[in-house]
Ligand binder design. Structure first.
Ligand SMILES: Cc1cc2nc3c(=O)[nH]c(=O)nc-3n(C[C@H](O)[C@H](O)[C@H](O)COP(=O)(O)OP(=O)(O)OC[C@H]3O[C@@H](n4cnc5c(N)ncnc54)[C@H](O)[C@@H]3O)c2cc1C
Length: 362
């Protein structure tokens, strides 16, 4: 079977691309190994249409249903290698004895993995009360005790960025990577408490209503959450309050951070955490031998208009490409790549829809 397009990575970018390609009625296979940023994040709160937030797994579930309705096929597998075959087509090798699949075009949407230590309690909080990105979730830290779990300069960058929202920040430099005297003075100036010590565990407190934040009743969106959105909750007088005017928090259910315990036994109480260890893994190695241009840090360079890589027939979208690593941007890039993949498919198979193809190719 020759697919029109094989999408490697069924996260936010890959799913959105598959939906767009499905609407052109292309024959598309999505290969996904089932663990990415969107499987880990339990709450996106900066996304149009989801004022109370939506979890990554829920968004993926809905996206897959949508794509399947359009005839998109899915394979749960890891793509282990990609080769160029006759006629410029691509062959993608799959793990676990699943053989190989072939496609006329290829979209890579394999994303990035955040590096963080294997600390008890950490993963259950991701996207609920522990975040990775101040642009996405700095807002959640306003007025709250915030701890940065990090390493060296990466953690320093996160802690200083958060001062825009928050004035109660502790930075724990877990790996004790040196910061230098200038940065240490800057932390002091900004009122950020700095600790160089390993974290032993992430502490979580009681769950559900007691911990749930703010102002569902006061929110203009109260009661309007779409099915599947992370539950919002009633107002609480506790420290677990959203910034004034915030929509009910998607951080509400479970995974509620109460602090971190250091190896010395000292406990740092906190309502919100951010991880920033640096050295995230960029999953672009699959394409290295095909001559696809990549940045030094592994991100794939794409044409800003079409999202095609430097190699004809291969596109990249989402966190794997060079951009600001947000779910909404991944969606946009997935859709944009799909539009240009469609144009390429029309060139490859002009008989398929010549009239519309002429118009679209301009
Ligand atoms: C804790 C956390 C909180 C976040 N909060 C926000 C937020 O509030 N707002 C926001 O906009 N963004 C947020 N993000 C970022 C957002 O999740 C990412 O920008 C988004 O998931 C990128 O989508 P993607 O499709 O590029 O990658 P992903 O969602 O990571 O999907 C990549 C997919 O590729 C698959 N894959 C990788 N390699 C292979 C392979 N070789 N073969 C087959 N499959 C493979 C993986 O299984 C995965 O499913 C958050 C991320 C995290 C971790």
């Amino acid at each position: 079977m020759m697919y029109d397009c094989i999408i490697i990575g069924g996260g936010i970018a890959g799913l959105q691309a598959s939906i767009q390609l499905g609407r052109y009625r292309h024959k598309v296979l999505v290969v996904d190994k089932g663990r990415g940023r969107s499987t880990l994040c339990q709450g996106y709160r900066n996304m149009l249409g989801w004022p109370d937030g939506v979890s990554g797994p829920e968004l993926r579930r809905l996206g897959r249903l949508h794509a399947e309705r359009l005839g998109i096929e899915f394979r749960e597998a890891e793509a282990t290698a990609v080769a160029r075959i006759a006629d410029g087509h691509f062959q993608v090798m799959l793990d676990a004895g699943q053989g190989a699949v072939s496609g006329a075009t290829l979209l890579i949407a394999t994303g990035v993995s955040d590096r963080y230590p294997d600390l008890p309690g950490l993963e259950g909080c991701l996207g609920r009360t522990i975040f990775v990105c101040s642009d996405c979730d700095g807002y959640e830290s306003a007025g709250r005790r915030t701890v940065v779990l990090g390493s060296g300069v990466a953690g320093y960058g996160m802690a200083t960025a958060l001062t825009y929202w928050c004035d109660r920040i502790v930075y724990v430099n877990h790996e004790r990577q040196a910061l230098g005297s200038e940065r240490l003075s800057r932390l002091k100036e900004l009122g950020i408490e700095y600790i160089e010590e390993e974290i032993a565990e992430v502490l979580t407190g009681p769950e559900e209503a007691e911990r749930i934040g703010p102002a569902a009743a006061a929110s203009p969106f109260a009661g309007q959450a779409s099915a599947g959105a992370v539950a919002s909750a009633a107002a609480s007088p506790s420290a677990w309050q959203a910034p004034a005017g915030a929509a009910a928090s998607a951080a509400a259910v479970g995974g509620r951070l109460s602090g971190v315990r250091l190896t010395s036994g000292r406990v740092i109480p906190a309502d919100i955490g951010f991880i920033a260890f640096g050295g995230n893994a960029v999953h672009s190695g699959l394409l290295a031998h095909l001559g696809v241009e990549r940045m030094e840090n592994g991100h794939i360079v794409v044409d800003p208009r079409s999202k095609m890589t430097s190699v004809r027939g291969i596109w990249a979208a989402g966190d794997i490409a060079v951009h600001s690593q947000q779910a909404t941007i991944a969606m946009g890039e997935g859709a944009q790549a799909a539009i240009w993949i469609h144009k390429e498919l029309l060139k490859l198979r002009p008989g398929r829809s010549a009239a519309s193809g002429e118009a679209l190719l301009r």
